[in-house]
Design a protein around this ligand. Structure first.
Ligand SMILES: Cc1cc2nc3c(=O)[nH]c(=O)nc-3n(C[C@H](O)[C@H](O)[C@H](O)COP(=O)(O)OP(=O)(O)OC[C@H]3O[C@@H](n4cnc5c(N)ncnc54)[C@H](O)[C@@H]3O)c2cc1C
Length: 439
């Protein structure tokens, strides 16, 4: 059976045609098929799909090439997973300075989406730690790109969603840590107002900060949640429990089982578990950074129709008013978000021309796909975000309009200039190129 290349949300058609890197490089020299690199498909929508052409499967191109334990500079092929980079740097006291919420992301995918982590306020986005990379382009051209060599392509490729060519390998700077594990502090808050009062100080005092909201809580409890703060510890956590085989959702349930009673119980249980912890506790890095990786294929719980994620960033001056408006809109639509995460981005810029993080608060909402009703809600969330001068994240998206993308990323035309004509995605066709009928 042919391998399939899904997106994480599973609301868009999964790729079925992929080339190995070697075949793709031949194709770039001699052929005419359009290409798009595919890392590990942890993108939620169609920015990692290319229905009318071919994907380039980078999974076979995953070696660590060089590591300097004195300086923390690591060079790797682009298909290597962030989890493998952690394992490589850890014995020498080095750690990736930026991590998304799953370790099953490739180096190439992390650069191409310029991913962010719980410490954006201190370290900016992933692209800020990329020293250089080698890029394969049309006609078999190979370019070394850095802030000083092919600098425009360097900037267009960071956050360029795979459209500028294939990142073959990259050199990145790791961050020195005493331990990879985390001293975690859990601060419950009874309302969003209390969260906003704490958020800036939480950022100033801690390497990591992120809030989880109990979106099932209503009435007087609406807006409650927990702020999870963290700093690297001086000692390692006990390995107990870590390294166990992850739980798995072994098959696709015929319906979403994430209904309201389930979500209410889940949110209560999660909150209770966090509240039971001592105020500061030593937490293994896997549990702190990647709690969802403990259940493999958890996206199947959303049922066969898949899930949509909506991630917005709202400018700081209006966030106290707009974040509650976004939450109220999803309540009003009767759609509970399974995981609702709120984080304050810092002011650090990115070297990339298309980069989602910017000063403000970013709200992430997950919804089971209930067809037209969910699409209408997502449009409403887009409209609120746009009116507030915010932006919607394209690599979490499967349906935003061209207008929303262009307003979110006013420099989109620069990416179109540097896009390699042989590379395209279904997202780019649907928005910038406006090709109707693309998946
Ligand atoms: C549970 C979960 C939590 C997440 N948490 C976060 C988070 O906290 N912060 C965040 O920013 N994101 C987060 N994400 C999103 C995820 O980090 C990004 O979508 C990431 O880029 C996916 O990388 P991937 O290796 O799976 O690549 P894919 O999803 O396969 O591809 C991502 C993009 O990179 C391009 N690409 C891949 N490899 C190459 C290459 N070698 N050369 C050029 N382009 C390439 C692809 O064309 C595509 O446009 C999360 C996703 C999940 C599922």
């Amino acid at each position: 059976m042919a391998e399939i290349y899904p997106s994480f949300g599973r609301t868009v058609r999964a790729g079925t045609h992929a080339l190995t890197l070697g075949a793709a490089l031949d194709e770039l020299r001699q052929g005419s098929t359009s290409l798009l690199p595919y890392g590990n498909g942890r993108t939620y929508g169609d920015s990692c799909q290319n229905a009318d052409g071919a994907l380039v499967d980078m999974s076979g191109h995953a070696s660590i090439l060089d590591f300097d334990a004195q300086t923390g500079v690591l060079e790797a092929e682009s298909g290597v997973m962030l989890g493998d980079i952690i394992a490589h740097g850890r014995p020498h006291g080095w750690f990736p300075p930026v991590l998304p919420g799953t370790q099953f992301v490739t180096l190439g995918g992390a650069i191409a989406n310029d991913v962010h982590g719980k410490n954006h306020h201190r370290r900016g986005s992933f692209g800020a730690h990329v020293l250089s990379f080698d890029l394969a382009r049309s006609g078999g051209e190979m370019l070394h790109c850095s802030p000083t060599e092919n600098a425009h392509l360097f900037a267009a490729t960071i956050g360029g969603m795979g459209l500028t060519g294939i990142i073959l390998s990259a050199r990145i700077q790791l961050m020195q840590v005493a331990s990879v594990d985390i001293e975690e502090q859990v601060k419950p808050f009874p309302s969003l107002g209390h969260y906003f009062d704490m958020a800036e100080d939480g950022d100033i005092e801690n390497e990591y900060a992120v809030a989880w909201l109990d979106q099932m809580a209503t009435g007087a409890r609406a807006g409650r949640g927990v702020l999870l703060l963290g700093n690297h510890s001086a000692r390692d956590a006990s390995p107990a429990g870590v390294g166990r085989r992850p739980l798995t959702v072994p098959f696709q349930p015929p319906l979403t089982i994430l209904n309201k009673p389930f979500l209410t119980l889940f949110n209560l249980a999660y909150r209770a578990a966090k509240m039971r912890r001592k105020e500061i506790s030593l937490t293994p890095y896997q549990s702190y950074f990647f709690p969802l990786d403990a259940v493999s294929n958890w996206n199947r719980l959303y049922g066969p129709a898949g899930l949509f994620q909506h991630q917005s960033v709202i400018p700081e001056p209006v966030a106290r008013e707009i974040v509650p408006a976004l939450l109220s809109a999803s309540h009003a639509a009767g759609q509970g978000s399974f995981l609702t995460v709120l984080k304050r981005f810092g002011t650090a810029g990115s070297p990339g021309i298309i980069s989602f993080p910017r000063p403000g608060y970013t709200l992430t909402l997950d919804f089971p796909n209930r067809g037209a009703a969910t699409l209408a809600l997502l449009e409403r969330l887009d409209a609120i975000t746009m009116e507030a001068g915010g932006a919607v994240n394209p690599y979490k998206d499967a349906r935003m309009s061209a207008a929303v993308f262009k307003a979110s990323f006013p420099r989109w035309q620069e990416l179109e200039v540097w896009r390699d004509a042989r590379f395209v995605s279904d997202f780019w066709k649907r928005t910038v190129l406006r090709v109707s009928g693309s998946a």
